[in-house]
Design a protein around this ligand. Sequence first.
Ligand code: SF4
Length: 198
Amino acid sequence: MDTCVYQIGNNLYVNMTNRCSNRCAFCVREQSGEYEGYSLWLKEGEPTVEQIVGSIGNPAAYHEIVFCGYGEPTYRLNEMLQICDFVHICHGKTRLNTNGHGNLIHGRPIARELAGKLDSVNISLNAPDEAEYNELCRPALGGAFEGMLAFARDCKNAGIRCWFSVVDCIGQEKIERCRAIADSVGIPLRVREMIHNE
Ligand code: SF4
């Protein structure tokens, strides 16, 4: 059976889709079929809400339920929001790790739909300008960098606790330029090790 949830530390990660609008050079998808011993490619198709809820069990047993996995979770927006309701009913906490393309994927601003459902959102910034973003993240969608920044602003304006992340492999000079962008949007920047998708 496919791995639709996997535990790392005190968090439980939900793996909903193989679809992604980026093809980041540093992504685990580009390196192997496994992460931390879990095989994350969904060979049997995308899991249903019922399958995921059944696999989560008791959300309150974890620090957070994190929508992350091997693809971009906002492709499955409706299903993700249904699972958020389940997690909250069970007194758990929710987080989304996203490439920030949700508005572009759905053709509308989605942050207001996330408010109250996701307790926090981690948006991958990854590069300090469009050209470097396109080179590193190889987006399939036009306007991906600006779209990601707009999504981040929307999340902040919708009152969602959110932050940008960058991978440490981009180097200190780019990290500082990313920090300036994060400051201009008004949300924090976190630097993470180059180990995982978002
Ligand atoms: S790192 Fe995230 S956004 Fe980039 S290709 Fe992997 S899953 Fe997609």
